[in-house]
Design a protein around this ligand. Sequence first.
Ligand code: NAD
Ligand code: MG
Length: 393
Amino acid sequence: MQKRLTLLGSTGSIGDSTLDVVARHPQRFSVYALTAHRNGEKLVEQCLRFTPEVAVVGDADTAAQVERKLREAGSKTVVTYGPQALVEVSKSDGCDTVVAAIVGAAGLAPTLAAAKAGKQILLANKEALVMSGDIFIDAVCDSGAVLLPLDSEHNAVFQCFPRENAQRDGVTKIILTASGGPFRTREPSTLVNVTPDEACKHPNWSMGRKISVDSATMMNKGLEVIEAHYLFDLPGERIDVLIHPQSVIHSMVSYADGSVLAQLGNPDMRTPIAHALAYPERVDSGVAQLDLAQIATLTFEKPDYERFPCLALAMQALSAGGVASTALNAANEVAVEAFLNRRIGFMAIAQTVDAVLNALENRTASSLEVVLEADAAARRAAHTIIDSLPVPA
Ligand code: NAD
Ligand code: MG
């Protein structure tokens, strides 16, 4: 049976990689909906190639431009816009699978709608899970939705994790690998002066700018520890982070008998995407086979929490529980945007997140409303802190 996809965030890095895999298997996958925020031109190209029924953009002006170009080209794709339109295409009967590849909290509402509608969800948008935690997982369990991780580490863990619940007792821990990003060996005193372009120059992966900055601060790995906690139901103490600069081992699972299972591959997101799209089958992803003799050396080291305070902050937020992870994620999104706009320096990202976590009172994440309030409060607090910080030279 052909899978019908809604691809949230189709114009991004994960969106590109997903469509690359989809195009290799036209008999297996077809596209019901594509969504973009402001990049109407790219969305038009994608619509002409993949002929979705619906295309969604962020605002009325972009929708009008996209609509005009599609009609000129003879396309029948219906164009809609705004947050509610994202929710509609995620829960629609027109699709059975939703690829969640919007960046940040904007992806929560449509991804949660897909969970409530019992879809198969291929999750890249880790921020949505980090901010809503148990509420998201409960929605998946209640509706019988299927959640498959696209994040390379979590996809690797999923591949190495026991399938049967009864065998889970044998798992001792998850080991998430991390490249260490572009500043793993840079002199710490020079980090205050790094530019957005330097922070976005990841050594192994080509990704959107927000996650690239998160990789440079290692907040990305912190968010991934929280993501792993919710996906695999293990406490933070049983989720380790291991620096592995080559990004060949994408993560590991340790077992009580001393076995460690790892998933390896070239660092290319099309591998986890193809794995999740075709699951439980295996299909060509376009990624070259791994050549370990040529790579020759794999190395490992412990993470340096002083160099990467964001990693420590995320682990603290996970152990604090409640809405601390929601606040961490919200403060980080605001701080990363301020850094990308050259409003604050690189080290001020961690400073802002730390200050927000200290300023806000933690609460139990008892409902979606409480979570959204915590998200909004953390954003306001982050803006206030950023307003008090100097503009970098
Ligand atoms: P990106 O910036 O390249 O793309 C983001 C997509 O989201 C775009 O299509 C954009 O139009 C859309 N978008 C942005 N803001 C939006 C809004 N307010 N409303 C609706 N749509 C909006 O980002 P990316 O690198 O593709 O990452 C997407 C998600 O996947 C992130 O959560 C990231 O953490 C996760 N992820 C990415 C990678 C990677 O290799 N790129 C790996 C693992 C996880
Ligand atoms: Mg990852």
